[in-house]
Design a protein around this ligand. Structure first.
Ligand SMILES: [Zn+2]
Length: 70
């Protein structure tokens, strides 16, 4: 089962050197802060260590298996 939650962007900055725009996302599933490049988000998305996938429109999706843990 797939679950979707809106994520929060906590910071924005520009990477020194490359000049690429980066943002920090607060994962709505595990509360970890993840750094992602904007171009990467609008492409295939950015995956959190917990398995959630951040998309370009402020939404994170994660496969949930309710039977895996009780
Ligand atoms: Zn996460």
């Amino acid at each position: 089962m797939k679950s979707t939650r809106p994520y929060e962007v906590t910071r924005r900055s520009r990477d020194h050197g490359s000049g690429r725009k980066a943002i920090w996302i607060r994962c709505p599933f595990c509360a970890v802060e993840v750094k992602a490049f904007v171009w990467s988000l609008s492409g295939s998305g950015k995956r959190c260590e917990c398995g959630a996938l951040f998309g370009a429109r402020g939404k994170a999706t994660k496969e949930q298996n309710p039977e895996a843990r009780s």
